[in-house]
Design a protein around this ligand. Structure first.
Ligand code: SF4
Length: 381
């Protein structure tokens, strides 16, 4: 059935808010949060650790920390609490992005049982399973993802256990990788250019003969598709194949995109059809899927990536994150001086709905509309 991606309009007269048809928490994040809080509840007195941030949302992580949960690593795998400090009595929760085989092994050597507290999202596991399937057919695995992101590191570790694997972060790097497929660049250049992104003993002269692409589940769907299409084309040209037999060299892996990432992105494309003045994207500043929603909105509208209502300082000023330069900026005059003001709102997969609600309430408050929330809700009952 064709899905409807038309946004929901909250028509408040001078303020018109268009909410994306799909936004916010995905199954994997909800499941992970539920397991984490249940673990806290069922294990009073035990030390509970999280391998790294549960999800990329500061409010959720702060909430967990306030319940005594400690983070062992930062987002980039840097150790905050050493493994040597753990005992078999401790509980270690694996976050929704999953973890590497090496870390799983390390924990089991310490006598720590991770299975019960593993919140790895089934859609991430699906990517691992898909990699394993194509590895069995002797394809090398190309992972489209951010090389330092936890999920990509986990997927890389699982993929590399079964087949030669290499990570590409974007189309630019894919075009460079294609030059090795075509024999245009040297082995030395590969080792330098893809340092830290390829599996042990990767032989660039042999391991790019048969390939398949999987992705970090939160990448921009259209980017992964473009990368896969490009590499497919390169393989077809290099080996003189057609669409009928290109699968001899290029595995079809289209189904590794996560449904939530895809739906949130499609809903943004749907709401961008609206003749709006600006867009607000809510989520943690280090959230990959949220930054992709920002990227889509930026193509069309002034876009403000904010983590909570507190970033809207007044009807004139807003603090927002520029994920390209990784800095928070102060913009003055973000609300246009016109009526009605039309604002698009969406949020990332790791963002609680309460934050979106807080932002809507703040906008209502600043617009001086004095409409109680109950009255607003009535409109939708
Ligand atoms: S974005 Fe997708 S893969 Fe990631 S946790 Fe959510 S459902 Fe799972």
């Amino acid at each position: 059935m064709k899905k409807d991606f038309t946004p929901t309009l909250l028509d408040l007269g001078p303020l018109q808010i268009y909410l994306a048809r799909h936004f916010g928490f995905c199954y994997g994040v909800e499941n992970a949060i539920e397991i984490a809080f249940r673990t806290v509840e069922e294990n009073p007195g035990k030390r509970i650790f999280l391998l790294s941030e549960m999800i990329h949302n500061p409010q959720v992580n702060a909430d967990l920390q306030s319940h005594g949960v400690q983070f062992m690593q930062d987002n980039y795998g840097k150790q905050i609490i050493p493994f040597s400090g753990l005992t078999a009595d401790d509980i270690v929760i694996i976050p929704a992005f999953g973890t590497t085989l090496q870390l799983e092994k390390k924990l089991s050597q310490l006598g720590i049982e991770t299975e019960k507290y593993n919140t790895t999202c089934p859609f991430v596991e699906k990517v691992w399973n898909r990699s394993e399937q194509i590895a069995k057919k002797n394809y090398t695995i190309i992972i489209h993802g951010k090389p330092k992101h936890e999920e990509t590191r986990a997927t890389f570790s699982h993929a590399a256990a079964n087949a030669p694997s290499v990570v590409v972060k974007d189309m630019e790097q894919t075009i460079e990788l294609a030059k090795y497929i075509k024999g245009e660049k040297s082995v030395e250049q590969f080792h330098e250019e893809f340092k830290g992104q390829y599996s042990e003993n990767f032989d660039v002269t042999k391991d790019l003969e048969r390939i398949g692409v999987v992705n970090q589940t939160t990448m921009l769907a259209s980017d992964t598709q473009a990368i896969a299409d490009y590499l497919k084309q390169v393989m077809a040209e290099k080996h003189g194949l057609t669409s009928i037999n290109v699968d001899e060299r290029f595995a079809d892996t289209r189904d590794t995109l996560c449904y939530a990432t895809l739906e949130n992105q499609q809903a943004v494309s749907g709401m961008l059809q609206t003749d709006a003045d600006l867009a607000m994207v809510v989520g943690g500043y280090n959230s990959s899927n949220t930054s992709h929603l920002v990227e889509l909105c930026e193509e069309k509208l002034p876009t403000y990536f904010i983590s909570s209502e507190e970033k809207i300082l007044s009807e004139k000023e807003i603090l927002h994150y520029n994920f390209h330069t990784k800095e928070e900026l102060l913009t003055t005059g973000f609300l246009p001086n016109k009526k009605p003001v039309k604002i698009l709102i969406t949020s990332g997969a790791s963002c609680p709905d309460a934050l979106v609600e807080g932002i809507i309430n703040k906008l209502i408050y600043l617009s001086d509309l004095k409409i109680p929330t109950e009255q607003l809700i009535e409109k939708f009952q």
